[in-house]
Design a protein. Structure first.
Length: 175
């Protein structure tokens, strides 16, 4: 298999030796697998995966586990002395490809001067503001400073005006 860019330039290649046989498991049958990480070049919009077989590879075989041995392994029984079954290679088959995105990972820069996204400030409702002010006062009066500090942090995150002042006044009046 090779991965090429839109101009046909080879970016990465995988030989037959990069693939390994995996025994059947649950809903997955006998299969040949290669798990690879590929990171396209920065700025590359699309790449192409080309899967092919060399004529010399088509003459070979892949040994798969004998069903009696697989059954004995699954049951924890004595393994019978049976040989694996050689399966001849063919020029047809089924291909499954799982692609996972890199998420929000950024590699390199595009040298642009874009402003990072900023969340628009939200004005707190008067009821929310009075709730936090009263809750902070009550927590300080009850000598529950951890609760008062967590309420203060929440209020700051919600842009509640005057929360810091209410906290400071409540602590100072407690002395």
């Amino acid at each position: 298999a090779i991965i090429v860019d839109k101009n046909g330039k080879e970016l990465e290649s995988y030989e037959g030796s990069d693939f390994e046989y995996k025994k059947p498991r649950l809903h997955l049958g006998n299969r040949i697998v290669a798990e690879k990480d590929f990171y396209p070049p920065n700025g590359e919009e699309s790449v192409y995966l080309i899967v092919y077989s060399k004529p010399s590879d088509l003459n070979g075989t892949t040994d798969v586990i004998h069903p009696a041995r697989l059954d004995a392994e699954g049951r924890g029984n004595y393994l019978p002395e049976v040989k694996d079954i050689p399966i001849p290679h063919a020029n047809v088959g089924r291909i499954e490809i799982d692609i996972e995105g890199a998420g929000r990972m950024i590699i390199g820069t595009d040298n642009s001067t874009k402003e990072p996204y900023k969340k628009a400030p939200v004005d707190a409702q008067p009821e929310t503001q009075s709730y936090y002010h009263n809750a902070i006062k009550k927590a300080v009066e009850a000598d529950d400073l951890p609760k008062a500090l967590s309420l203060l942090d929440e209020a700051k995150a919600l842009n509640i005006e005057g929360a810091q002042e209410v906290f400071v006044k409540a602590v100072n009046s407690k002395k």
